[in-house]
Design a protein around this ligand. Structure first.
Ligand code: NOJ
Length: 576
């Protein structure tokens, strides 16, 4: 890294607007609700807000199906309220990053509406249209142009009777994929991005951006994927980090950001990205994106059957994975750091413990571990309160298209509904999407109406108003770790060295820069643990404790022993 970048010492907070705060009583969160809560964000001390999509949308995939990129969904507000929110954030020194969802549009977007009119329409080539498989009749089983499965169950191809071709949708059939091979598509996207920057926004989080380049063959066909389980082939190698992806991202950077004054942030969401690719994406010399969201550590509890094949999580795997990413991007590139987001279960229920006796301490432990890594940390709304997964009952409690489609498909194939529900309860995205718990009143202060998805009953105990003035709260601990990144240079840019890689309870690492070293020790288990075999243990035992989530150990205890979920950060001056 040549010069330090502002985002190296920044913390980002993700807002999922449907579930953040509702200002008009319709049960759905909105921009007015966010506006009313900007002081919560300022108090937490975050530098950037990433706003999940607020554009006009039929809401088939909760806003990730966009029908107009340059307006605001009326349920969420208007451009006028958007501008007020942007100003209110900027007044508090907080930047705003928009969600850029351009692998696909909604099928209700004017571009697709036009494209589907006829094979000769000038917009036809903006999407992926293909005839049925040779010798087969469109709409028949197996006639799809490739065997790719959609991420939301079923085939990735939808038959369009009226024009006699299929269109590609890696996600829902209401999310047709844009054809980035077409220059006009790229230019339209860049123009739209410039329009938002001109309005004052500070960058973009780019939805599944490493999927925009597909492995199209010289004859225009797309290859089949390998079938390993289930009915469909795995298309991911054919559209992940595809042949023209680096060309597209470099072009985007040039066309949108080059020559523009200001401090911007770009982060590419990149399922399946490897470390080698991530280095290319984030190498400043290549000017593609500032950082990427990699997915390795959020798949460690998934078996060969994929997302719903839930397996126990091993701490040694988490450390090996995050440690590899720390080492991989140490010299060139930059990591983003996250435990959860709107697509993942709640951090404390997955990597910590949401049992009453452990929840608070484990939430603080997770904050300490993540925020002391090298990279830019992301806090997902409610994480700063230690919010947990939801106690889902039957399928009627779920709202997310991914969960609903999976349930229908799996039970349709004879899987036991209770087994399917078990996986959904643990891994389902709705866990992250229940309303933010502001107080202990009827709907947790989220809405005066009927919430679009149930509020977690534990809001009577876990809520913002109970925490913001409490120095022992999860919220207060998040404030401290965020502050540390701002004040301690070693936290932002120091080197990272993993310790005790094989220990199955303790997460330990050192951060260092000339003159200063930090030791982070965290017991990520329900039992006491001792961090013996730490190099320089005697010196660390005498070092200053910079941050902790538990009372000081009894004098009779070895100082490097840790209670369940206890986390400590030591600091000492070094010679070199
Ligand atoms: C990733 C987003 O985070 C997720 O919520 C969405 O369903 C897919 N991309 C499709 O846009």
């Amino acid at each position: 890294m040549t010069e330090p970048q502002w985002w190296q010492s920044a913390v980002v907070y993700q807002i999922y607007p449907r579930s953040f705060a509702d200002s008009d009583g319709d049960g759905i969160g909105d921009l007015g609700g966010i506006l009313a809560k900007v002081d919560h964000l300022a108090r937490l001390g975050v530098d950037v807000v990433w706003l999940s999509p607020v554009y006009p949308s039929p809401q088939d995939d909760a806003g990730y199906d966009i029908s107009d990129f340059q307006d605001i969904e009326p349920v969420f507000g208007s451009l006028e309220i958007f501008d007020q929110l942007l100003a209110a954030l900027h007044e508090r020194g907080i930047k705003l990053v928009m969600d850029l969802v351009v692998n696909h549009t909604s099928d209700e977007h004017a571009w697709f509406q036009q494209a589907r009119r006829s094979k000769d329409d000038p917009k036809r080539d903006w999407y992926w249209w293909r005839p049925p498989r040779e010798g087969m009749t469109g709409g028949d089983p197996g006639a799809e142009p490739t065997n790719w499965g959609s991420f939301f169950s079923g085939s990735a191809w939808e038959w369009d009777e009226s024009t006699g071709e299929y269109y590609l949708h890696l996600f829902s059939k209401k999310q047709p994929d844009l054809n980035w091979e077409n220059r006009e598509v790229r230019e339209a996207v860049y123009a739209m991005m410039r329009w938002w920057l001109d309005r004052g926004v500070d960058g973009f989080r780019m939805d599944v951006i490493n999927m925009i380049s597909k492995a199209v063959q010289p004859d225009g066909s797309l290859p089949d994927g390998v079938v390993s389980h289930g009915l469909y082939g795995d298309g991911t190698p054919l559209f992940t980090d595809g042949p023209r992806i680096h060309e597209y991202l470099a072009e985007m950077n040039r066309e949108v950001f080059a020559g523009r004054d200001g401090q911007f942030l770009t982060v590419g969401e990149m399922p399946g990205v490897t470390i080698d690719e991530a280095i290319r994406y984030t190498d400043p010399a290549r000017a593609e994106v500032d950082m990427v969201f990699q997915f390795e550590h959020v798949t460690l509890d998934q078996g060969p059957g994929g997302k719903w094949d839930v397996q126990p999580l091993r701490l040694t795997d988490v450390k090996a994975s995050l440690g590899r990413w720390q080492a991989g991007l140490a010299e060139v590139g930059w990591n983003s750091l996250y435990w959860n987001n709107h697509d993942q279960p709640r951090a404390v229920s997955r990597y910590g413990s949401d049992a009453p006796e452990h929840r608070v301490r484990s939430a603080k432990c997770l904050a300490t571990v993540l925020h002391l890594h090298r990279g830019t940390p992301y806090v997902y709304q409610g994480e700063e309160l230690g919010m947990t997964n939801f106690p889902f009952g039957g399928i009627g409690d779920f709202r997310d298209i991914e969960s609903l489609n999976h349930y229908a498909e799996a039970t349709g194939h004879g899987e036991d509904p209770e087994d399917v529900l078990k996986a959904l309860r643990y891994m389902g995205r709705d866990n992250a999407r229940t309303p933010v718990q502001w107080d202990d009143s009827a709907n947790a202060g989220f809405t005066t109406g009927t919430p679009w998805i149930a509020v977690n009953p534990n809001h009577t105990e876990i809520n913002a108003s109970a925490q913001i003035d409490d120095e022992d709260s999860v919220f207060a601990h998040y404030r401290r770790v965020i502050e540390l990144r701002h004040t301690e240079k070693v936290v932002a840019t120091g080197d990272f060295t993993m310790l005790l890689a094989d220990h199955d309870q303790i997460y330990a690492f050192v951060r260092s820069e000339p003159g200063t070293a930090l030791l982070v020790l965290a017991n990520m288990s329900n039992e006491t643990a001792v961090a013996d075999q730490i190099p320089d243990a005697a010196e660390w035992e005498r070092a200053e404790v910079l941050l902790t989530n538990a009372p000081s150990p009894e004098p009779s205890q070895p100082r490097l022993s840790l209670q369940p979920w206890e986390a400590r950060v030591y600091r000492r001056r070094t010679d070199g």
